[in-house]
Ligand binder design. Sequence first.
Ligand code: AHG
Length: 326
Amino acid sequence: MSRRITLDEFIIQSELRQPNSTGEFSGLLRHIGIAAKIVNRIVNKAGLMDILGLDGNVNSTGDVVQKLDTYTNELMIEYLRNSGLCAGVASEELEEYISFPVNRLKLNKYIVVMDPLDGSSNIDVNISVGTIFGVYERKTLDNSYAQMSDFLQSGSALVASGYVLYGTSTMFVFTTGSGVNGFTYDRGIGEFCLSHSQMKMPDDGPYYSVNQAYYNQFSDGVKQFISYCVEQNKMLRYIGSMVADVHRTLCLGGVFLYPGTRKNPEGKLRMLYECNPLSMIVEQAGGMSVSEQKERILEKEINSLHQRSSVIIGSRKLVQKACDLL
Ligand code: AHG
């Protein structure tokens, strides 16, 4: 009887195809997979654990912090630290990056950027949320500890990125630069199993996704693009949880955009934790991702940990049309 390959098996098999691999990178990916299972359990049980609701703080980027944001952030950091395979982490929930003690046997050549719980304002009402991560190789291997320059790398330097969607089922979707693969969590065996091999984004699609409540604050080009979508009978879908909105766009085709607004002229979403990792996934699946200024997101220079950007991401035909109108 055929069975589905697990995430661990997939990562190990990919590593075996790389003759010079030290196992460090695949070990780190597997640890992220384990952390995702724990976060999945917590997200699923949140209503029973008194960890719903606000934490009482506002994070470094001005967002109201939910208790579950804090919990998942600490949990992910602990797993990355204990992996012994990660030199440091920058998180949407932390103002500064954290460097981990260097493992004497290894160089700890990777750092991780993450949004541990994206879309967390949806949690209390049981709507899909996600975790986003990106992995970079360090630029300062001669230093014991990870430095700021290890984190301020453009998206084109990502060696891996992915997301976990805690939806009607839980999915782990990732890329190491040779296509995108999706794994669905099988509760029975407690493993992510390959369910979406070599995912491809349609060149066009039936949906556009934007918070249209900000319409009056959008630029003329963005307004024209929205009118184009309406004229083309595209349907509006907006969850307010970027992982879920991008996942739908990836599977069915369409476009997701978060343009500049009065409150956030550069856009709301963060380059390191949201825009870059998801742009790598979408490009690897054949889609496109640009800013409102029509720059390719993955090529944008990163100057600070919490830099924001506008983003237009999705099917090639639709993103190209947006570029024509902007
Ligand atoms: P948060 O994690 O603070 O809930 O932010 C979610 C992000 C992103 O996932 C989503 O697309 C966007 O913010 C929603 O913002 P609006 O509520 O302004 O539409």
